[in-house]
Design a protein around this ligand. Structure first.
Ligand code: RIB
Length: 308
């Protein structure tokens, strides 16, 4: 396969999804619908999202030597993503995500990383040629931070970090120094801001997001704001990109669709605001279908879904 335009270093998970009327609080049991098994994982979702939009994409990560791993690999392959550097771990099960989706489309997710936690710097360095060739390298944190840092070292193009899930500790400078654009949601931004010695008070609204993002040691941030769209923050300006109004059915992987689309637009030479405008549309379109990878739209489906 020709060298990728986009390389993704991240997770692949089997999503075990149950729809519920309401997401339970701690200590509560709720009854839900039938269990569904759906290919997911933030990294795989981002890779599939960019591929559906027409990009040449390579996925770097690990799955287990089990039925879930075979299913995940097949789903990523069939989306046209190069899985040469998606390795198989013998002794550890594939990553699994337990997902409750509420009637309002919102979700709560618990991830057992499994094989994703076994991705090493050496695995990533084995994909050095793809990482060096890619115009955009997308990194996530459902794989070890050392693996993300190794990928950042190999990258020659634009490095985009989606710090999801929110990091438990301060990210190493060797990673952050090489990140061109960070794409946190409000929770991830608040966590990273605390690590940076800032203290967010209450909800991170768009104005707070600008102040917090400017306090992070990164060149630029695109903060995802759910139904409110996104905020593009550079040292020079802050631009709010609103989202089209829709009634979501499932927000799972909307952030991943956003990251895949942002990378797609950056490959096209878009500036960060233009890229965020496209990413907001693709992310919103993904909320109109159920499931992680099944919800990710092609270019034509984005407009069709948003206009029907
Ligand atoms: O962002 C959604 C994804 O988060 C799910 O597919 C799940 O696997 C977790 O990684």
């Amino acid at each position: 396969m020709a060298r990728p335009e986009i390389a993704v270093v991240g997770s692949a998970n089997l999503d075990l999804v149950v729809e519920v009327a309401r997401i339970p609080v701690a200590g509560e049991t709720v009854l839900g619908g039938d269990l569904r098994r759906i290919p997911g994982g933030k990294g795989a979702n981002q890779a599939v999202a960019a591929s559906r939009l027409g990009r040449r994409v390579a996925m770097i990560g690990r799955v287990g030597n089990d039925e879930a791993g075979a299913m995940l690999r097949a789903a990523i392959d069939s989306a046209g993503v190069d899985t040469t550097c998606l390795l198989t771990t013998q002794e550890t099960p594939s990553g699994t995500a337990l997902i409750a989706v509420g009637a309002d489309g919102d979700n709560a997710i618990v991830v057992s990383p499994g094989a994703n936690s076994r991705v090493t710097s050496a695995d990533v360095e084995g994909a050095a040629d793809d990482l060096a060739a890619a115009e955009v390298v997308l990194l996530g944190l459902e794989v070890p931070v050392e693996a993300a840092a190794a990928a950042a070292r190999c990258a020659r193009g634009t490095v985009v970090l989606n710090p999801a899930p929110a990091p438990a500790a301060v990210l190493p400078p060797e990673l952050l120094d090489r990140v061109d654009v960070i794409v946190p949601n409000q929770t991830e931004l608040a966590t990273m801001a605390r690590h940076a010695g800032l203290s967010p008070i209450g909800e991170v609204d768009p104005e707070t997001a600008v102040a917090l993002a400017r306090g992070l040691p990164v060149a630029a941030a695109v903060v995802t704001l759910g139904a409110a769209g996104a905020m593009v923050v550079t040292p020079a300006e802050a631009t709010h990109v609103p989202a089209p109004a829709v009634v979501p059915v499932d927000t799972t992987a909307a952030g991943d669709a956003f990251c895949g689309a942002l990378a797609d637009a950056l490959v096209d030479g878009a500036d960060l605001v233009e890229a965020a405008e496209w990413a907001v549309r693709v992310g919103t379109a993904a909320t109109l279908r159920h499931g992680a990878q099944p919800s990710l739209p092609t270019r034509a489906e984005v407009e069709h879904r948003l206009h029907t």
